[in-house]
Design a protein around this ligand. Structure first.
Ligand SMILES: N[C@H](CCC[C@H](N)C(=O)O)C(=O)O
Length: 280
C-alpha cells in the first residue's frame, strides 16, 4: 500500500504521493495509466491532478511532477504548488520553501494570514513558447468560437488562452472551453480561461483545464489571466481573481515574476494499491 495525501487549493484537488524514496512507487513508477486510475472519481480516488514528489538537486526542496486525469504531464500547477509548499513547511518547520517543476524553481512563503504565496516565475509571451502553431501576436490570437473570440495567450510553464467576456453567466464557457482546448493553433492544447473584468483590480474567471476539464480553480490560469488582462490594458499589475472555488490574490511584479497567494488544504490521508486500481 502506498500512502497518499488528498489536498486541494480552492477545490482544485490533488492526490499527492511522496516518491522521494524511489522504491515507493515500485518498478513501474508513474505512468499515464496510473495517473488516470488515481484520478478516476468512480473507480479510483478522484482528483484533478495526480502529484508525485520526487528527489531534486540543489536550489529546491522537491521536484513536483504533475499529471492530468488524461495522463498528460504539465509544467505548472499553481494550486498544487501551494499545497506541496504547505506540506514541506510542516515537514521542515520553515516558512519559506522552494518547489521545482518542469518550468523551474518556484519559491513559496507562508503569509501572516496563513495563506501560501508562490512565485510562479515570469510568463512566456512569444508564440513559440506558448506554444502556438504559427507566428501570431499572442495578445490577439486569431481564434473565433462565435460567442467568444480574440483571446490572448501566454505560458506559465503550461499553455493558457484567455478569452475576455462581458458576463460569465451568459455564456456556456465549459462547452466553449472543451471546443477550444483542441484548436489547431494549439499544438500542445491549452488551458482555456474565460475572464470577466469587474474592475482594474478584480476579475471573475471560469476555466477549462487541459486534460482535466472544468475545475473549481486553476492557479496557473489565474496567473495567465492577470498577465493577459494587463497586456490588454484591462487591469493593473495586482488583482483579486474570483474563481468558482474561491479567490486568489495575484501580482505581476515589475521584475516580471507572477506572485499568486491563496489557501492550501489537506482533506485526508489514505493508502492506494496499484493492483486494486487495476494498474499493477
Ligand atoms: N491542467 C493543467 C495543469 C494543472 C493546472 C492547474 N490545476 C493549476 O492550479 O495551475 C495543464 O495541463 O497545463
Amino acid at each position: 500500500m502506498i500512502p497518499f495525501r488528498k489536498m486541494h487549493g480552492l477545490g482544485n484537488d490533488f492526490v499527492v504521493v511522496d516518491a522521494r524514496k524511489p522504491e515507493t512507487l515500485g518498478p513501474l513508477g508513474v505512468s499515464p495509466a496510473r495517473a488516470a486510475a488515481v484520478a478516476d472519481r468512480h473507480r479510483g480516488i478522484g482528483c484533478d491532478q495526480f502529484i508525485v514528489l520526487e528527489p531534486t538537486g540543489p536550489g529546491a526542496d522537491v521536484f513536483m511532477r504533475i499529471l492530468n486525469p488524461d495522463g498528460s504531464e504539465a509544467g505548472a500547477c499553481g494550486n498544487a504548488t501551494r499545497c506541496v509548499a504547505q506540506l514541506l513547511m510542516a515537514e521542515t518547520g520553515r516558512e519559506q520553501v522552494t518547489v521545482r517543476t518542469l518550468r523551474g524553481e518556484l519559491p513559496c512563503e507562508r503569509l501572516p494570514d496563513g495563506t501560501i504565496r508562490a512565485d510562479m516565475g515570469p510568463p512566456s509571451l512569444d508564440w513559440r513558447d506558448v506554444p502556438l502553431a504559427r507566428a501570431v501576436d499572442t495578445a490577439h490570437v486569431p481564434i473565433d468560437l462565435g460567442p467568444v473570440s480574440d483571446p490572448a495567450a501566454c505560458s506559465m510553464g503550461n499553455p493558457h488562452l484567455t478569452f475576455f467576456v462581458g458576463d460569465l453567466d451568459r455564456i456556456d464557457w465549459p462547452a466553449l472551453g472543451r471546443a477550444a482546448e483542441h484548436h489547431p493553433l494549439l499544438p500542445e492544447r491549452a488551458n482555456i480561461g474565460f475572464a470577466q473584468v469587474i474592475d482594474t483590480d478584480h476579475i471573475r474567471l471560469g476555466l477549462w483545464e487541459r486534460g482535466a476539464g472544468v475545475t473549481l480553480a486553476c492557479g496557473s490560469g489565474a496567473c495567465a489571466t492577470l498577465v493577459n488582462a494587463h497586456r490588454r490594458g484591462l487591469c493593473g499589475r495586482r488583482a483579486r481573481i474570483d474563481l468558482p472555488g474561491g479567490t486568489l490574490q495575484l501580482e505581476w511584479r515589475l521584475d516580471g515574476h507572477v506572485l499568486m497567494a491563496g489557501p492550501a488544504t489537506t482533506s485526508f490521508l489514505g493508502a492506494l494499491d496499484w493492483a486494486a486500481l487495476g494498474v499493477a
